[in-house]
Design a protein around this ligand. Sequence first.
Ligand code: FE2
Length: 199
Amino acid sequence: MEFNRQTAEQALTKASESNPGAWTDHSRYVAEACRNIALHCEGLCAEQAYLYGLLHDIGRYAGVSSERHLIDGYRYCMERGWEKAAQICISHAFMIQDIDTSIGTFDVSEEDYQFMKKFVANAVYDDYDRLVQLCDSLALPTGFCLLEKRFVDVTIRYGVHPATIARWKKILEIKELFESKTGCCIYTLLPGIVENSFR
Ligand SMILES: [Fe+2]
């Protein structure tokens, strides 16, 4: 299946009908953040970045789940031949390439767990993977926000885990990386961030 704005938007709309929730608005803001940042990075395609952001949580179409949404999204995209989007469905949750740094629960079969473990360890990340990892932490369902605000939002919902601080540090590192690529503060690329962060 073609991978473009129309097919990706359709996929998200359908998924939001089968499992309605705040995750779809979050996904739209992640997509917008990816696009806005990629526009200022040499060698990145803003449209591709938008699509990867839009679909990173598409596995939630299958219902309310924890880490199962990662592999559900991977399969969903692979079935359509969207290989890079499929990788990002898993990689966005592993800014550290170690399955033990997960903050969710593995509500998957043993076989799927082993697959994910290997996948995470062996995946070769590029700037699209890193961009979605970053933007996932820049978007609440209501709009863009300070990374630290999203960190607290996620931690309140998922709890404190042994890897929580290492994950935060990694995201802050990725922020630095994209600020050196864009040559500006990434927050200046996210309209409404002040209003949404302080609401
Ligand atoms: Fe997300």
